[in-house]
Design a protein. Structure first.
Length: 102
């Protein structure tokens, strides 16, 4: 047996690495990270707004600022996640070797 790779083996390995790279890029898309963080923090701040005391509301001049800020964060986080779902990351263009031949 030879220790060298055939051209087909090298091509298959490169294709597999490209697929893993695209998967990693989609997994760590910045929209997913920002959207997820805003949703988590939005839930926490919204809960803090629901359990706010009258003294806390009086400090904010009668506005339940935690509730409104939490709801705004939830909306923004859901926007980022919807954007990710509706416009996913495009796959890389095919290389010259993978292009269909006429």
């Amino acid at each position: 047996m030879s220790d060298s790779y055939s051209e087909k083996n090298v091509h298959d390995e490169v294709s597999e690495l490209e697929t893993k790279s695209v998967t990693a890029a989609r997994l760590f898309d910045i929209r997913r990270i920002i959207g997820g963080l805003f949703v988590v923090y939005g839930v926490i701040v919204t809960i803090a707004g629901f359990v706010a005391s009258d003294d806390d509301i009086d400090k904010a001049q009668g506005v339940n600022i935690n509730l409104w800020t939490g709801l705004g964060m939830l909306v923004l986080g859901l926007f980022f996640l919807a954007w990710l779902k509706l416009r996913p990351t495009a796959p890389p263009p095919p290389t010259a070797e993978e292009a269909p031949r006429d």
